[in-house]
Design a protein around this ligand. Structure first.
Ligand code: XMP
Length: 321
């Protein structure tokens, strides 16, 4: 049977054989899959790999640092970060429709990545593109379950075919848990390897209403508190993920100290799932819910109410948009 160490050695040898003396580029999303794929390729070809991380301004608190500091420290990989927050915010101005948001974010992502790719190609011949495609991704895209029609998913796997690259997909035979073990074997930080799923369009689809810099700051603060409390309660392995959603166009009356407030609600959406195709809402302990609610309403000025989503999937999807 295959041990993780032998999978790692085997993949490194295959990648080295495929790429030879060529150069490869890899779009990092901050997620587990692209990080592990990049780390494997880095072991095989060293500094002939360059990673590109597009900061679209829709990231959660701390995510950019995890990539720029922790991932680079663990792997020594060449990293180019593209600061594209203003560009994405401009493109999203005035947009409230979920599908339109998804399409805009996907389109801008491709444009930014293609520009980064042209800049790199001016310096050397990057012929290979690394992607963190997993075995379930391969099966799903062939299977056609119809789920793809519900939301247009955006991720770094969704780059257009006409990019003139040869693909390197070292995770194609692996399931998520194996990818995590490969990541640990390669010395990646626990923070990255144990990361729960996060959608490519990021916080952009967790603000119900127009996406603005102020609203992003509010949601980022609330989300960071929820994640902190779930982690310190030791619940990270019990939940699949817990989106925090800002109902930016809804206000409700509250009271804080002696003052009337008129702020926004956030929704906690903790879910348990095997594969995200179906999900159940997670029965989080009341004391944890209370700590999250108290801290968010105390620490995030614009939020005066925390509500819990108790809908399964179906009929609800995991994300609200
Ligand atoms: P839904 O909302 O469809 O989400 O129940 C199922 C899972 O997919 C994640 N998700 C995405 N992941 N790009 C991604 O990479 C996307 O556009 C996207 N939309 C949703 C979601 O977080 C959940 O884990």
């Amino acid at each position: 049977s295959w041990t993780i160490a032998s999978i790692v050695d085997d993949q490194i040898a295959r990648i080295a054989a495929q790429i030879g003396q060529g150069r490869a580029i890899c779009a990092l999303s901050g997620g587990v899959d692209s990080a592990v794929a990049a780390a494997l390729v880095q072991r095989a070809i060293g500094d002939r790999l360059t990673c590109v991380f597009v900061d679209h301004g829709l990231l959660r608190s701390g995510e950019r640092g995890q990539v720029e500091r922790d991932f680079v420290a663990a792997t020594g990989v060449n990293l180019v970060t593209v600061d594209a927050a203003d560009r994405f915010l401009d493109a999203l101005a005035g947009v409230t429709d979920p599908e339109q948001k998804r399409k805009i974010i996907g389109r801008e992502f491709i444009r930014v990545f293609e520009q980064a790719e042209r800049d790199l190609k001016a310096e050397g011949d990057y012929r290979f593109l690394v992607q963190g495609t997993l075995y379930p991704d391969v099966v799903e895209s062939g299977g056609g379950t119809g789920a793809a029609n519900i939301k247009s998913h955006h991720n770094v796997g969704g780059l257009p075919d006409d990019l003139a690259f040869e693909l390197v997909e070292p995770l194609r035979d692996l399931f998520k848990d194996e990818v995590r073990r490969v990541g640990l074997e390669l010395g990646l930080p626990e923070m990255i390897v144990a990361r729960q799923p996060f959608p490519g369009p990021g916080l952009g689809i967790r603000i119900i209403g127009e996406v603005t810099a102020e609203r992003l700051a509010t949601l980022r603060a609330a989300d960071a508190i929820a994640r902190e409390e779930l982690t310190s309660a030791g619940l990270d392995n019990d939940i699949w993920q817990c989106p925090v959603v800002l109902l930016a166009d809804v206000r409700s009356v509250g009271v804080q100290g002696d003052f009337r407030t008129y702020g926004h609600p956030v929704v906690l959406r903790p879910v348990s799932s095997e594969d995200a195709m179906t999900a159940d809402w997670t029965r989080l302990p009341y004391d944890v819910l209370e700590r999250i609610s108290t801290r968010i309403t105390n620490e995030v000025a614009e939020v005066n109410r925390v509500v819990l989503d108790v809908t399964s999937k179906p009929p609800g999807t995991i994300e609200w948009e």
